[in-house]
Design a binder for this molecule. Structure first.
Ligand code: HEM
Ligand code: PLO
Length: 485
């Protein structure tokens, strides 16, 4: 077939000098929708120039699996961008750092540290359960008025991450927690991925309001995290690590011991790396989890029958006498499907993070040269009508087979795959499961009287977020307050 001819070139949008294909990308559509539309015209694999950067856009799952899995190593690079370089001190993090041996050992260290607090220990479960308790109390205190659930959900998720990363528990209204939430919001608003400065790095020499706000937020973040780091260093002991910062500090000195050559100073995991990792676990941990929860809540308001079915499953398999725990997960398949369907229909990261080709390689039999940027349009893959029946319909049953067993299709990849797969996947899944099951066990969500159901269009910032909406909460009938609210 045509696709197997190795040297045929990928269909490309027109381009002008300097601007590249930008004049053909107008119309104000966010990238995932724009690319999906362009794929109808140019085919599911096409190329364009973002300013000077030749960029290949992948819109179907076979090509995505080639890029992420089969040739995952070839495409595990990341482009350098002005805003993310500022955010990460020039790539001393995981997500925005280019592929290198140091990145690999850093990523492994982070992964191991996460596993340490993962499902095995039960500690993480306790952290999440206590945070969800306070969330339920806070939600219930709104009485029967309609309110925006977003601040309370964000606060609860931030609290989990604060405990996980540096063992801080905050009470409602704590000044330090407020500071964290504020700087994080500032970064989210100013670091719009794919913004102009990231296409034309030379634009940073012009005064740029966004860039200076971003710098301010980063300063606040660094002050707070440096303080936490110093406190942890002072208390560092030989026992088991008590949080992520502790684990990173311990792992860092262990990884240093193995390396003998004194000349390779820059090849080490440094304090800067530890700081950037903590900051990133924070940012990723808060934005993705709270956004996914808010999307799922929004869909439950549209589909009260789904909420009732989840609650029925909870009543039959857990009951109301005890809190839900991780070992209940296998007994609650429908809830799992609801979570998957939420991440399918509204992926928080609809075009993943840009990848780059580290060597000459190929996609779908077309050669792709080193340095090419590759965008994987997960939105298009999650809405491909050939694979998903009525892709725009929220239908958790599509993740169950005829026998009622859970299935995970190969074209469902909300966390990406391969060398760059999300490092927080198991943490995220644990949080989503415990938050939703605990909330729905105790509370029913509905629309305020006369209010329209949430707008499901979403707004793309650093993640794809739902627009603000209001809910009314009610304690579950028949619960009789047996689980302490
Ligand atoms: C990367 C999704 C939660 C940390 C990613 C990527 C996706 C993703 C799509 C990019 C993959 C790629 O570029 O190919 C999600 C979703 C989440 C979630 C849907 C929750 C619902 C988390 C959490 C953490 C986290 C809780 C950490 C606390 C990271 C990091 C990367 C990443 C560090 C970069 C990995 C790398 O570049 O090597 N995530 N994520 N994520 N995620 Fe998550
Ligand atoms: C969110 C704002 C924080 O202050 C910094 C931060 C760090 C990691 C980013 C995250 C932000 C947004 C979501 C990202 C995450 C890394 C992986 C994750 C991009 C910018 C996703 C969904 O890809």
């Amino acid at each position: 077939v045509h696709e197997n001819r190795p040297s045929s070139s990928i269909p490309c949008l027109p381009r002008l000098p300097v601007l590249g294909s930008l004049p053909w990308l107008g119309g104000g559509l966010p990238p995932h929708l724009l690319f999906t539309r362009l794929a109808h015209r140019y085919g599911s694999l096409f190329a364009l120039y973002l300013g000077p950067h030749y960029t290949v856009v992948v819109n179907n799952h076979q090509h995505a699996r080639e890029v992420l899995l089969q040739r995952g190593r070839d495409f595990a690079g990341r482009p350098s961008m002005v805003t993310t370089d500022l955010l990460t001190r020039g790539g001393k993090d995981i997500a925005f750092s280019d592929y290198s041996p140091l990145w690999k050992s850093h990523r492994r260290l982070v992964h191991n540290s996460f596993t340490l607090f993962g499902e095995g220990t039960g500690r993480l479960q306790d952290i999440v359960l206590s945070s969800v308790d306070s969330l339920c109390v806070e939600l219930m205190s709104a009485g029967c008025r309609g309110f925006d659930p977003s601040p309370a959900v964000t606060r609860a998720v931030t609290n989990v991450v604060c405990q996980l990363v540096f063992s801080a528990t905050y009470r409602h209204g704590d000044a330090e927690l407020q500071e964290v939430i504020q700087y994080n919001n500032g970064i989210v608003q100013t670091i719009t991925r794919g913004g102009l400065v990231d296409i034309f790095p030379w634009m940073k020499i012009f005064p740029n309001e966004c860039l200076s706000k971003l710098k301010e937020c980063i300063t606040v973040r660094d002050r707070l995290l440096t303080r936490k780091l110093e406190e942890h260093k002072a208390l560092l002991s030989d026992g088991d690590p008590c949080d992520l910062l502790d684990a990173l500090l311990k792992g860092k000195s262990e990884s240093g011991r193995g390396q003998k050559s004194p000349g390779s100073e820059e090849e080490r995991i440094t304090d800067d790396h530890v700081l950037m990792t903590a900051a990133e676990a924070f940012g990723a941990g808060v934005e993705t989890t709270s956004t996914t929860l808010l999307w799922i809540l929004a869909y439950l308001l549209h589909h009260p029958e789904v909420q009732e079915r989840v609650q029925k499953e909870l009543d039959e398999n857990v009951g109301s006498e005890r809190p839900v725990c991780m070992s209940d997960r296998s007994r609650l398949p429908y809830l799992d499907c609801v979570i998957n369907e939420g991440m399918r229909i509204r992926p928080v990261s609809p075009v993943l993070i840009p990848h780059t080709a580290m060597t000459d390689s190929s996609i779908g039999g077309h050669s792709v040269s080193r340095g090419t940027r590759v965008l994987v349009n997960m939105w298009a893959i999650h809405h491909e009508p050939r694979h998903w029946d009525k892709p725009d319909l929220f239908n958790p049953d599509r993740f169950l087979d005829n026998q009622g067993q859970r299935v995970t299709p190969s074209y469902f990849l909300p966390f990406g795959a391969g060398p760059r797969v999300c490092v927080g996947e198991s943490l995220a899944r644990l949080e989503l499961f415990l938050f939703l099951s605990s909330m729905l066990q105790r509370i029913s969500f509905s629309l305020p009287e006369g209010a329209p159901p949430p707008n499901l269009q979403g707004r793309l910032g650093v993640v794809l977020q739902p627009l603000p909406y209001k809910v009314v909460v009610a304690p579950r009938a028949g619960l009789g307050g047996r689980i302490q609210l």
